[in-house]
Design a protein around this ligand. Structure first.
Ligand SMILES: CC(C)(COP(=O)(O)OP(=O)(O)OC[C@H]1O[C@@H](n2cnc3c(N)ncnc32)[C@H](O)[C@@H]1OP(=O)(O)O)[C@@H](O)C(=O)NCCC(=O)NCCSC(=O)/C=C/c1ccc(O)c(O)c1
Ligand SMILES: O=C(O)CCC(=O)C(=O)O
Ligand SMILES: [Fe+2]
Length: 358
């Protein structure tokens, strides 16, 4: 039974309501709580108000309209080395496609909990489709103020059978329409590593699998006490992130303790390097820590496409990167082992990549 507004937020089982029954944080937000349930209170060091945020610096914005252009390719490689994050404009993914997938995200999360919960870990007929809240509630000391739907792409037929109809077509369309720009970015990044041809084996390692997540961050009481997503780096090769116009994503500056905001730009897509590309490039390209704050007045959505190796791929520093005698700093690892390691623990900043260190 849903608790009434007057119920003190700690005297009923918040976890049972949000996690087990599938109401998520959207369910909590819809109750109109005035205070944040204790389970969502993050330790002070994770609260953004206790971090240094600077506004005199920003991740690069790269215009892809004149493709191919050596200067633009260099800008991509430089951004991947210095920031691990950049935004792209004039990328070729039609604006209507971006609008449609944002709309579909709102439609999916706008459904009743019992409909969404058909796709939870316990109820979904496949591990490739998962609705959930926070990140790994069982492993977390404090929960995160986010609901998500995570879709691992295998084939159109599987998606037709298993992905929720509220967002299936739009999610697939976004994935397919971003294919060209993903290839261009990876080609440029590979040229920067002296890899001039992406053969079949490299194609698998760079972009052999994809996962699309639909993220929903509802309006939050006492947002400064919690996080939308805690500090983490992605385990992908590259992440293609669509955000709406609300803002709230922060990126850590390389070799510093300062954070910068990623301002929403209409029609732009945010790109970030993930751990797999950091490992393949032997640390040249940086998979950077980022996090999302909770918002006290507006609901936010985002849609990342995680472009990954295949689960069965073995990844390690590419031979082309090591050919001049550079010492490998990462070992060869089975990619699915790496991802499982990431998914089984709470977000912990940049710790995941230690799993691959020699
Ligand atoms: C992910 C796996 C390993 C799953 O394989 P599967 O056979 O289903 O393994 P499993 O043993 O059932 O799952 C492993 C654990 O991951 C958890 N898990 C699986 N999918 C997800 C998911 N989408 N979200 C959260 N946890 C998940 C499971 O709960 C398992 O933990 P446990 O329940 O055993 O404690 C497989 O599909 C694979 O190797 N995929 C490779 C491609 C891939 O998915 N790469 C990851 C890109 S995602 C990425 O880069 C970032 C994601 C991210 C960041 C911040 C967030 O806050 C967030 O929510 C998500
Ligand atoms: O919502 C965002 O802007 C970023 C989300 C994110 O970092 C993730 O899903 O990995
Ligand atoms: Fe992320």
């Amino acid at each position: 039974m849903a608790p009434s507004l007057s119920t003190a937020s700690d005297s009923w089982d918040v976890i049972n309501f949000a996690v087990d029954q599938g109401h998520g944080v959207k369910g909590l937000a819809d109750l109109g709580l005035k205070t944040l349930p204790n389970q969502y209170i993050q330790p002070p060091e994770e609260q953004i108000t206790n971090s240094t945020v600077v506004d005199d610096d920003a991740i690069p914005v790269i215009d892809l309209s004149n493709w191919p252009d050596q200067k633009v390719m260099n800008a991509i490689c430089n951004a991947a080395e210095k920031w691990g994050f950049f935004q792209i404009v004039n990328h070729g993914v039609p604006m209507q496609v971006l609008e449609r997938v944002k709309e579909a995200t709102r439609r999916f999360f706008g459904q009743p909990a019992e409909e969404k919960n058909k796709h939870s870990k316990d109820n979904s007929p496949s591990n490739n489709v998962r609705y959930g809240t926070s990140f790994t509630p069982k492993a977390e000391k404090a929960l995160e103020w986010k609901d998500f739907l995570s879709l691992f792409y295998v084939s159109d037929d599987e998606a037709a059978a298993l992905w929720p109809s509220a967002c299936r077509n739009e999610a697939i369309e976004f994935m397919k329409e971003s294919e060209v720009v993903i290839r261009r970015l990876l080609e440029a990044l590979m040229k920067g590593l002296n890899v001039n041809e992406i053969d079949e084996a490299k194609e698998s390692i760079l972009m052999g699998s994809k996962r699309i997540n639909l993220n929903y961050y509802p309006k939050c009481p006492e947002p400064e006490l919690t996080v939308g997503v805690g500090r983490h780096s992605d385990v992908s090769t590259l992440t293609i992130l669509l955000q709406d116009d609300i803002g709230g994503l922060y990126v850590k500056k390389l070799n510093s303790n300062e954070w910068v905001h990623v301002p929403p730009i209409d029609g732009a897509i945010v790109i970030n390097v993930g751990d797999a590309l950091q490992i393949l490039s032997n640390g040249r390209y940086k998979s950077i820590e980022h996090r999302v704050i909770a918002n006290g007045s507006r609901n936010r959505i985002s849609v990342p496409i995680f472009v990954n190796p295949r689960p069965s791929d073995i990844i390690g520093p590419l031979p082309e990167v090591l050919q001049n005698g550079e010492k490998p700093i990462y070992k060869q690892i089975l990619y699915s082992d790496y991802v499982k390691h990431f998914f089984r623990k709470a977000h912990d900043g940049k710790e995941t990549v230690d799993f691959a260190k020699i």
